[in-house]
Ligand binder design. Sequence first.
Ligand code: NAD
Ligand code: UFG
Length: 351
Amino acid sequence: MKIVVTGGAGYIGSHTCVELLENGWEVVVVDNLANSSFEALKRVEEITGKKIEFYQTDIRDKSKLSEIFSAYTSNSETSENHQKCSIDAVIHFAGLKAVGESVALPLEYYSNNITGTLTLLEVMKQYGVKNLVFSSSATVYGDPHTLPIKENFPLSVTNPYGRTKLMIEEILKDLHVSDPSWNIALLRYFNPVGADSSGRIGEDPFGIPNNLIPYIAQVAVGRLSFLNIFGDDYNTPDGTGVRDFIHVSDLAAGHIKALPKLFTNPGVVVYNLGTGKGHSVMELVRSFEKASDRKIPFKIAQRRAGDIAACYADPSKAERELDWKAVRTIDDMCRDTWNWQKNNPNGFRKD
Ligand code: NAD
Ligand code: UFG
């Protein structure tokens, strides 16, 4: 059973590759390494003792993508067009993901995320591979009126990154209407954090991190001097923002549970992948201090433009239909992030 993982060298992709390999899947990674390192895949192989087939390719390069799918296609007597592709499904992580950058570089985001996805879908269609797991985001819910967030809540987005996610969701629904033999899982992630328990792979952002936990981790390790907490006057228990932080290995496991669902021909299905619990920025700081046994210096700064006060999932649909539930706590998330960061202070780059 073979899975193509676009963006498989990235943060969530590499952790999902570990889960796939440990669950007996063969893995083919397509990644242009625009935001990741080949070293991550070498370490996935080291963790699992299994091999990955890797193609350093931009998913917008249709001819190269076709060559890859063609390499796994053989003539078959049984299939209608006498061609059989041995790829069972695609998990599609490849994309750009920084909200602020997307406001400055909308064309890059639309090209990479939308054109990339369209090219991938065209090639999948050409080779008769019609099972897809797509990385969507809780950002498609905008600022929800009530919490926790259910999959049927209204959708709205406020920046180009979020728009690419929502547009791709719509494109995938249209595709299924046109050809019901497609099976597509839209997985809406909440806030992925943490690292593999081995400490060998983890989140390795280029430049100064935008997201909370990688920023805290770099303060703890001494690469940055203090954390800016963006606002302490929100309508939340301690005034700081509240999010549904989910351990990346729990998130990865959600993808493995989505695959058998696709093979039951469900059409388009949508799931929140979160823990269902909200934790504040301040709680995360305290948990990280405990995990690292270091003080995290911080300053209270202005609210960050575009941030909402609180966001957490109702993940019960995924529990019911996929038999999946996040099990790791914020202390586990901070412990594993710290284990990764202290053993790899410069990420995957050599010192
Ligand atoms: P990441 O940047 O670590 O991984 C994305 C990978 O895709 C990288 O390895 C990058 O090199 C690759 N890539 C980008 N454009 C490509 C292209 N055109 N062709 C081939 N490869 C390409 O990001 P991540 O955190 O692992 O996120 C994975 C997916 O999950 C993204 O689609 C992201 O939008 C989505 N997501 C992430 C979060 C989060 O907080 N991390 C939350 C919700 C959704
Ligand atoms: N925060 C700080 N200081 C920082 C960074 C973040 O106080 O240096 C705060 C934010 O204000 C927010 C919380 O920490 O209250 C979480 O912020 P992140 O940037 O870590 O995450 P977001 O919730 O803003 O967004 C993330 C991804 C989006 C994705 C969204 C929902 O970056 O791509 O989760 O999945 F859409």
